[in-house]
Design a protein around this ligand. Structure first.
Ligand SMILES: NC(=O)c1ccc[n+]([C@@H]2O[C@H](COP(=O)([O-])OP(=O)(O)OC[C@H]3O[C@@H](n4cnc5c(N)ncnc54)[C@H](O)[C@@H]3O)[C@@H](O)[C@H]2O)c1
Length: 379
C-alpha cells in the first residue's frame, strides 16, 4: 500500500498558506504516493480543490476523514495543544513548522499523543539542506512584503521625481538586520527607488548589502555567532549600538527591521527615544514582531502612531503573500519528503540521515530535541 500524505486546512485562524500546492501534489502522486487534501485547504492561497484533483490528489471532506486516511501530515503551523490529540495515530507522522520555544504546550501535547514530529524550522543550514530551508523561503517572502508595507504606509513617494512642479527627493530607508529577509527588503526598497542604508551586527553582511546598491552602516559592534548567525549583544554593546544608530533612524523616512537571534527574543534596536527623534510621516515596519519585535513601540499585530510616526508589527508576513509563500514552502516539503521517504515507500529512520536527525522533534512519546526537552523540563 503506498504511503498516504495528508494536507489539512491550517489550524491557525487567519493562516492563508497551504503546505502543499497542486504542482507538488502532482509530482508526489506520480512518484507513487497517495495525496489526500482536505476540501478548501488551498483556497485561501488561491489553489482550488479542482487543481488538486487534476493533479491526482484525493479530497477529504474534513480533518477527521483526512487523518483517518493518511500516514503522514504536512502543514505550516503546529497544532494547538487541544488539537494535538486529533493527530494521534499509531506511527502517525507530522511535518510542520513548530518553533518549539514559542509553542511548548503544543510540543508537550504532541509528544504526549505519541506523534512523530519533524520540525522544519530546525532544518540545519548546510548546503545539502538548502532546498528544504523553510526559514529562508518564508523570510524571502517576509522581507519583500515588509518593504511593500513600508511603501504602502508611507505618505511619501519612494523614488526621486523630477516634475514641472518641482523635484522630490528620494525617500531614505533604513533596514536593520541584513539576513535573508533584510536583503530581500533592501532589494525591494531599491527597486521602488528609495535610497537604502542597512545595518547588521555581522560585518560579513556588508558585501551583500553593497551588492544590492545599498550603503552599509558600519558601526563598531561586531557580533557574529556560530553557523552564520548573530549572537546576542552584551549590555555594553547594546548601549554603543543605540548611541550610534539613533541618528540614522532619525534621518529615515522608512525603517524596516528584521533582526533576530536564533532561539532568543528579537533584539530591541529601535528605542522609544529614537522614534521620538523621527520626522512625522516616517514609518517603521517591524518584521520581527512575531519573535518579540525590534522596536520598543511595536504592538504585534497592530498599528501604533506616535508623533506622526506609524509603527506596524505584522505577525505573519509570509502569510500575506500566501500564494508564493505556499509555493516555496511546498518545494521545501517536497525536497524533505525525498529523504524522509525511502525508495521502498517507507519512512526512513531519522538516525540514518543528519537532516532527519536534526529536525526530529519527538517520536512515539519521546522528546528527541535536546534544547526543547530542557525548556520543557525547566517549566
Ligand atoms: N548556508 C545556508 O544554507 C544558509 C541559508 C540561509 C541563510 N544563511 C545565512 O544565515 C545568516 C542569517 O540568516 P537569517 O536571515 O536566517 O538570520 P536571522 O533571521 O536569525 O536574523 C536576521 C538578521 O538579523 C541580524 N541581527 C541579529 N541581531 C542583530 C542586532 N542586534 N542588530 C542588528 N542586526 C542583528 C542577524 O545578523 C541576521 O543577519 C546569514 O548569514 C545568511 O546568509 C545560510
Amino acid at each position: 500500500m503506498p504511503l498516504r500524505i495528508g494536507v489539512p486546512k491550517e489550524p491557525a485562524a487567519g493562516e492563508r498558506r497551504v503546505a502543499l500546492v497542486p504542482e507538488t501534489a502532482a509530482r508526489l502522486a506520480k512518484s507513487g504516493l497517495e495525496v489526500h487534501v482536505e476540501r478548501g485547504a488551498g483556497a485561501r492561497a488561491f489553489f482550488p480543490d479542482t487543481a488538486y484533483t487534476e493533479a491526482g490528489a484525493l479530497l477529504a471532506s474534513d480533518r477527521a476523514e483526512l487523518f483517518a486516511k493518511t500516514d503522514l501530515v504536512v502543514q505550516l503551523g503546529p497544532p494547538t495543544p487541544e488539537d494535538a490529540e486529533s493527530y494521534e495515530k499509531p506511527g502517525g507522522v507530522l511535518v510542520s513548522l513548530v518553533y518549539p520555544g514559542r509553542n511548548l504546550e503544543s510540543v508537550r501535547a504532541m509528544n504526549a499523543a505519541g506523534i512523530t514530529v519533524y520540525a522544519m524550522d530546525l532544518m540545519p543550514r548546510i548546503s545539502r539542506a538548502q532546498a528544504m530551508d523553510v526559514l529562508s523561503s518564508q523570510a524571502t517572502a517576509a522581507g519583500y512584503r515588509a518593504a511593500l508595507l513600508a511603501a504602502e504606509l508611507s505618505p511619501r513617494f519612494l523614488p526621486m521625481l523630477t516634475t514641472a512642479f518641482g523635484t522630490i527627493r528620494p525617500a531614505k530607508a533604513l533596514v536593520c538586520g541584513a539576513g535573508v529577509a533584510g536583503l530581500m527588503a533592501i532589494a525591494t526598497l531599491r527597486r521602488l527607488g528609495a535610497m537604502v542604508e542597512a545595518y547588521d551586527v555581522r560585518s560579513a553582511a556588508a558585501e551583500q548589502v553593497q551588492s544590492l546598491g545599498a550603503k552599509f552602516l558600519a558601526l563598531p559592534v561586531e557580533a557574529s555567532g556560530s553557523g552564520g548567525y548573530a549572537r546576542e549583544l552584551t549590555d555594553a554593546e547594546r548601549e554603543k549600538q543605540r548611541a550610534l544608530l539613533g541618528s540614522a533612524v532619525a534621518a529615515a523616512d522608512a525603517v524596516v527591521t528584521t533582526a533576530n537571534v536564533p532561539g532568543k527574543k528579537a533584539p530591541l534596536i529601535v528605542t522609544r527615544d529614537m522614534v521620538g527623534r523621527m520626522r512625522p510621516a516616517a514609518v517603521v515596519v517591524d518584521a520581527a514582531a512575531e519573535s518579540g519585535g525590534n522596536c520598543e513601540l511595536t504592538k504585534p499585530g497592530s498599528r501604533v502612531e506616535e508623533n506622526g510616526v506609524v509603527i506596524v508589527g505584522p505577525t505573519n508576513l509570509p502569510g500575506e503573500l500566501a500564494h508564493h509563500s505556499s509555493y516555496m514552502y511546498s518545494k521545501n516539503i517536497e525536497a524533505f519528503l525525498k529523504i524522509l521517504i525511502g525508495s521502498d515507500g517507507r519512512i526512513v529512520a531519522a538516525e540514518k540521515d543528519e537532516i532527519l536527525d536534526a529536525t526530529l522533534l519527538c517520536r512515539e512519546g519521546s522528546l528527541k530535541h535536546g534544547p526543547t526537552r530542557q525548556l520543557l523540563e525547566a517549566r
